[in-house]
Design a protein around this ligand. Structure first.
Ligand code: PMP
Length: 577
């Protein structure tokens, strides 16, 4: 039914149907799908979008305090916390400063806030096993960093650790073939449904080569990427969309000439498909992060299906960057989830089992650009001449491939395998369901408390969205509190449940989140919003305006849908004048 949800959402957003038809579509859905439709509509309305401009604040609704609003009591709280934190993790704090002279680390300054910078240091870890991290000061944390999406089975699972150890014992030749290389390639193709695969040293490289392949295959130069997608650090994808829609260099050191090769569009915006159609003669490929880690609630299945049709019609490649979604949502990744087959797709993370790696999988006709395709040692056949260059010292490092084989064998053991991941109920789906249950329990808590916080999630990825101040001081304070309550997060803001987390671990995460926010609430880091002030966003499951005690959930949901549609139409009407 997810497809149906996407369809209705897309129709409403594109205003293909009127309010009555929207309500009828909504009523034809199951209760769960109604909830999904509402959250999809909410998320698809641009950041700061329609619902934000019109929804009145509910009584009891809170907002985050910002840096300029910090008063004496807040500063005292921060100073006390800094003292406690320094006692909690003294060696980590010392290390953060001591090694700065030699160690270059951009991450340590990510979202640094002057009033709380003494709290913003990295922990030095000692062990990472199962769902737990231990630091050098003897603290134990439940790990929800998932190592930025690498750990599906938790930290250092025995099956991977053994495979890596054995390979290290046997040596790790980098130049020729090893058995791991063959098994990794075969398993990868079987599980993902790709015809061929090439290994790279990182996800960044996989994307670079995928883009090169698309340009080689089409002899066109432009690549479409989307706002808020991430595709690694190379200049190949180093552009952002400016207010007038043009592409500008993503930062210092990236020449504008690179950005000029990119067309940056709005993800999920059906109107932007027309731009692709109009400029199709110069576009080699469209690169998507199918569910963006930056906004996992945006799951535009219908948009991707339309994009697939368009790219086929116009002879450009559709490239899925499955770095996070691949092997997480199901063995076939987002392609299996949405029922859309890309021409080529890039992978890494989970499939690397914790080792640095990347993969490009796809149709043989494109992968053949790397090695000239099929030919025989005997006889007269030779590789095709049209080729692109791809290499790298560690592309086939057998230690990382041993980890890959271990992960893929386990994946195959645990998932019965199906061509259509949407019908599957394998361990990944169960993990997704656990993530959803945890997120929704917390979302209810946020709503009850009037907190301007929401958990957005897709599959086993989740993130805390501080609605009115996404990267503000309160979010940073929350992450510190969470750590002191025994849950470790990362600066990326992307968090993950793994198969290693027990139900007790999940309960402990929930408790830590509630307790961390309650502490900040008590210390007045959230302030009441005056009645009638515009609301940053409105929630998906709480009491809708007009809802009363005794009104059924379905009625409340319907009310909410109408409110969203009203907001959207009003915005549309305002824009039209
Ligand atoms: N694409 C996506 C979607 C990613 O999430 C990442 C890594 N976070 C990359 C590309 C780059 O991968 P790597 O860090 O291995 O270079």
């Amino acid at each position: 039914m997810l497809e149906r949800v996407d369809e209705i959402a897309a129709d409403i957003l594109a205003r293909k149907i009127d309010k009555r038809a929207a309500v009828e579509g909504f009523e034809s859905l199951s209760a769960a799908d109604r909830g999904r439709l509402i959250s999809r509509l909410k998320s698809a309305m641009p950041a700061g979008g329609c619902a934000q401009t019109v929804a009145p604040r509910r009584a009891g609704q809170l907002r985050c305090i910002n840096e300029r609003q910090l008063g004496a009591s807040h500063l005292r709280f921060i100073s006390d916390l800094a003292d406690r934190y320094a006692r909690f993790a003294p060696t980590s704090k010392q290390n953060a400063v001591k090694h700065r002279r030699y160690l270059v680390d951009a991450r340590k300054i990510a979202n640094l806030k002057k009033p709380i910078k003494s709290l913003q240091f990295h922990i030095t870890y000692k062990t990472a096993v199962g769902p737990y991290l231990h630091d050098v000061d003897g603290n134990r944390y439940i790990d929800i960093t998932g190592d930025n999406g690498v750990n599906l089975f938790g930290g250092s699972p025995e099956l991977i650790a053994n495979a890596v150890t054995n390979r290290v014992k046997d040596g790790y030749p980098l130049v020729g073939y090893t058995e791991e290389l063959f098994e990794a390639a075969k398993l990868f193709c079987e599980l993902t449904g790709n015809e061929r695969v090439a290994f790279t040293q990182s996800g960044t490289e996989a994307v670079m080569w995928a883009v090169r392949m698309a340009r080689a295959a089409t002899r066109r130069s432009k690549i479409v990427i989307f706002e808020r997608s991430y595709h690694g650090l190379s200049d190949t994808v180093g552009a952002v969309r400016s207010h007038d829609g043009s592409s500008v260099s993503a930062g210092l050191g990236i020449p504008q000439e690179y950005a000029d090769q990119l067309i940056v569009l709005e993800y999920g915006n059906a109107e932007h498909l027309e731009i692709i159609a109009e400029r199709s003669e110069e576009i080699a490929g469209v690169l998507v992060e199918p569910v963006q880690a930056a906004q996992p609630h945006l799951q535009p299945g219908h948009f991707l299906q339309e994009l697939r049709k368009l790219t086929l019609e116009t002879g450009m490649l559709l490239i899925f960057d499955e770095m996070i979604t691949g092997f997480r949502v199901c063995p076939r990744g987002a392609q299996g989830h949405f029922g859309v087959k890309a021409d080529i797709a890039t992978y890494g993370k989970i499939a690397g089992g914790g080792m640095p790696t990347g993969m490009i999988g796809g149709a043989a006709k494109y992968l053949d650009f790397i090695d000239g395709g099929q030919w025989e040692l005997e006889g007269s056949s030779m590789p095709k001449l049209e080729r692109i260059y791809l290499g790298g010292t560690h592309t086939r490092n057998p230690v990382k491939l041993a980890a890959t084989v271990a992960v893929l064998r386990e994946m195959k053991r645990l998932c019965p395998g199906t061509l259509d991941c949407r019908g599957c109920s394998c361990f990944q789906k169960q993990l997704s369901a656990r993530t959803e249950a945890m997120a929704e329990e917390l979302n209810s808590f946020f709503r009850e408390q009037g907190l301007p916080v929401r958990i957005d999630y897709f599959s086993s990825l989740f993130k805390f969205t501080f609605i009115d101040d996404p990267f503000g001081i309160v979010r940073e304070m929350f992450l510190v509190q969470l750590r002191m309550n025994g849950v470790e997060t990362s600066v990326s803001g992307n968090f993950f449940l793994t198969t290693a987390h027990s139900d007790e671990d999940v309960k402990a995460i929930v408790t830590a989140v509630k307790s961390s926010l309650s502490t900040l609430l008590t210390a007045n880091f959230f302030l009441p919003v005056e009645d009638g002030a515009p609301q940053a966003t409105e929630d998906s499951g709480g009491t809708a305006p007009g809802a009363q005690r005794g009104v059924s959930d379905a009625d409340r949901q319907l009310e909410k849908l109408k409110e969203l549609i009203r907001a959207d139409f009003r915005k549309f009407e305002e824009g039209a004048h």
